[in-house]
Design a protein around this ligand. Structure first.
Ligand SMILES: [Zn+2]
Length: 435
């Protein structure tokens, strides 16, 4: 039977090689070697890695690309960034938000990042960010899935308007209830905000994603309250806790008990390696969370915004930082990190139809790399990004010609490329004999 598209000779994330993936009507209809069917289009992966789209579980898209506007933050610390953001919010319009975010999302699509949980600031009386993101979510629906968190940046109980704004934002169609107990005036009020927000989400049958413990201070224990509410309300996998920075500095006895509680709750932990490194110099206990079987997802958090001047919407960058900064160096843990930017993220966001398998959405990314670790090492070029069986972004293979004395060698930074060229050291030895 003819199909719309076949991606031939793929290597999958689990290491299986020589796989063909056939797609019809936006769905994957076969995943097996040597599919012999007529196809509208054939993409030859030539043994390269093909994975489902990347997932960003935590990004402040509404602040993206605003670095230096209205001023460059000198300290790179959380609260200076929040102050810059407050000034900026006063000036921005729905149109200006949309224009910037559209640009950032084009970068995301080019990098195969097609599922994003966006923290959407709702503490604006005109709800401009909410309006802009709801419109953009619809406009770009065919390209990218935006899951919108109603995020009360100025504190759900601290900002006198936040509760009514939360209701309005959720009524406008936001998908997830957010919170920021750190920013409440006392720890107790923070706990109360967690309780109220989890109950609100449960009433509306929505997911929860809470900013917690954005501090290295081990006295900050908001994560415990989130796990408690997830268990008490039976919300399980619908709950995510983001950041959880202080966990790194908890005494081991307490951390062990807490992590067991997080595992029992079956909730997700969303980690932001970039801002963990720059804002706090501490990242949460990803290693131990993996060992306890907790689902960990990663997020960019910031891309060229008041909190972080770098980034280009590439989850491979985030994975690299997670491994290096979190010292997740065993083969198993490195593979878990790649899983977290694909399947783990999809699980946290409860994405349906996700994965390279029969009857899943025909969404995938062809990378110029042989395997996940090579993809992370070289932030491999996304040769093709496919959504519902159609190519929505392409990039040329990355190659460079290097003039070494009177010889030119062609490189692409991959191991396969090193083998193909005979290896640099072998060439040099041959060269030496000639003199
Ligand atoms: Zn955040």
């Amino acid at each position: 039977m003819p199909v719309d598209l076949i991606v031939k000779n793929a290597t999958l994330q689990d290491g299986s090689t020589g796989i063909d993936i056939a797609c019809s009507n936006g769905m994957i209809v076969a995943v097996e070697p040597n599919i012999d069917a007529e196809a509208g289009e054939i993409i030859d992966a030539s043994g390269r890695l093909v994975v489902p789209p990347f997932v960003d579980a935590h990004w402040h898209l509404d602040a993206a690309l605003l670095h230096g506007d209205p001023y460059v933050c000198e300290t790179g610390l959380l609260y200076e960034g929040i102050n810059a953001w407050l000034e900026l919010k006063a000036e921005a319009t729905v149109a200006s938000y949309k224009e910037r975010m559209r640009q950032a999302l084009a970068w995301a699509v080019a990098n195969g990042l097609l599922h994003i949980r966006c923290q959407t600031d709702i503490c604006d009386l005109q709800l401009r960010q909410v309006q802009a993101l709801v419109e953009l979510r619809d406009e770009l629906r065919d390209l990218i899935d935006l899951q919108l968190v109603a995020f009360p940046q100025d504190g759900y109980l601290r900002d006198p308007n936040a509760r009514s704004l939360m209701t309005r934002a959720l009524d406008m169609g936001l998908d997830v209830v957010g919170g920021i107990p750190d920013y409440e005036l006392t720890a107790e009020i923070g706990f109360e905000s967690v309780k109220q927000l989890c109950e609100l989400a449960n009433e509306r049958n929505l997911m929860v994603d809470m900013h917690v413990d954005q501090t290295p201070d081990p006295n900050s224990r908001q994560i415990e309250a989130v796990a408690h509410q997830a268990i008490r309300l039976g919300m399980g996998a619908r709950v995510s806790a983001s950041h959880c920075v202080s966990m790194k500095n908890f005494a081991d006895y307490y951390a062990d008990k807490l992590i067991a509680q997080i595992a029992q709750a079956e909730m997700n932990v969303c980690v932001q390696p970039m801002t963990a490194a720059t804002c706090w110099g501490v990242m949460t206990r990803v290693n131990e969370l993996y060992d306890a079987g907790v689902n960990v997802a990663f997020g960019q958090d910031s891309v060229m915004d008041p909190w972080f001047p770098f980034g280009k919407c590439d989850m491979l960058d985030v994975a690299h930082m997670a491994i290096v900064y979190g010292r997740l160096m065993s083969e198993k843990k490195k593979a878990r990190v790649f899983d977290s930017i694909t399947y783990g993220g999809a699980r946290a966001l409860q994405v349906e139809g996700y994965g390279i398998a029969n009857n899943m959405n025909a969404d995938m990314v062809v990378l110029q790399a042989a395997d996940p670790m090579e993809a992370i090492r070289i932030r491999a070029t996304r040769l093709a990004v496919i959504r519902r069986g159609k190519v929505i972004a392409r990039q040329n293979e990355q190659r460079a010609s290097v003039m070494l004395g009177d010889r030119t060698i062609e490189i692409d930074f991959t191991r396969e490329g090193v083998k193909r060229s005979g290896g640099l050291s072998v060439q040099r030895a041959g060269c030496g004999h000639g003199h």
